[in-house]
Design a protein around this ligand. Structure first.
Ligand SMILES: C[S@@+](CC[C@H](N)C(=O)[O-])C[C@H]1O[C@@H](n2cnc3c(N)ncnc32)[C@H](O)[C@@H]1O
Length: 235
């Protein structure tokens, strides 16, 4: 996963983070604006706000699109990512964010983060790309471990298995070869996987959390608000 995302960061980080943008003429302003818009939409849909005193962990921060918006709300933000190249660009593109720490993750856990030190965990368009549902669910349980009691996580997952099996059109393959379109569309680290909402609930429970609310069930963009109610029960 690390080498895949490092390669995509070098190819066109903005597009691979927000693939609703044009691959060949990526609009930087629209890219950064989309972080604020998407955060606002997700928080509103789940009736959630981030306290100005909060320590926030973003899992899969990319080059800091959502991190920028989170840093305007919380006191401190930790942006964690598997990709050294994404993190290098994040630091380069966001020198003004003096309340953000960029952290390299191992790709399957939050081992770099201490138990019960975080108030809010946020993860958007990251877990959808992880090819192994065991890792997706382990991440959710880990989120519970790092949250303080009373804290919460907004977890984006795919709950639509069909989108992960779609074949790539010949025309798109040809474009990638000619460097006129995105590469890596067939790679498991891009295709990712789906999980059921019941599996999310179970993973959350193992981390001492309950799924208090969810939206988009059955779609590729399902968000669950998981609330940490008790100290984590070890597996
Ligand atoms: C589509 S981008 C989204 C970035 C950011 N969340 C946003 O919305 O702007 C996916 C990000 O997840 C990171 N990522 C992929 N697999 C990961 C993993 N197993 N652990 C941590 N980060 C991962 C990638 O390096 C990439 O930066």
């Amino acid at each position: 996963m690390r080498s895949f995302w490092n390669a995509r960061a070098r190819e066109n980080a903005l597009y691979f983070i927000n693939n609703s943008l044009d691959y060949r003429g990526t609009d930087r302003e629209a890219f950064w604006r989309s972080g604020e818009t998407e955060l606002e939409t997700i928080l509103a849909a789940l009736d959630s706000t981030i306290a100005a005193t909060a320590t926030v962990l973003e899992v899969g921060c990319g080059i800091g699109r959502m991190t920028r918006a989170l840093a305007e709300r919380g006191a401190t933000v930790i942006g964690l990512d598997i990709s050294t190249e994404m993190l290098r660009m994040a630091a380069e593109q966001n020198p003004q964010l003096d309340n953000v720490e960029w952290l390299l993750g191992d790709g399957s856990s939050l081992a770099a983060v201490e138990d019960e030190t975080i108030d809010v965990v946020f993860s958007h368009v990251v877990l959808q790309h992880i090819p192994d549902p065991v890792i997706v669910l382990a991440y959710i349980t880990e989120m519970g471990r790092v949250l303080r009691t009373g804290g919460w996580a907004l977890v984006g997952v795919s709950t639509d298995p069909a989108v992960h099996d779609r074949s790539i059109r010949l025309r798109d393959r040809a474009r990638a070869v000619l460097r006129r379109g995105p590469s890596g569309q067939d790679d498991p680290a891009w295709r990712g996987c789906a999980v059921s909402i019941e599996a999310v609930e179970e993973a959350a429970r193992r981390g001492g959390m309950v799924v208090a609310r969810s939206i988009g069930e059955g779609s590729q963009f399902c968000f669950a608000r998981c609330e940490k109610t008790v100290t984590m029960v070890s597996a």
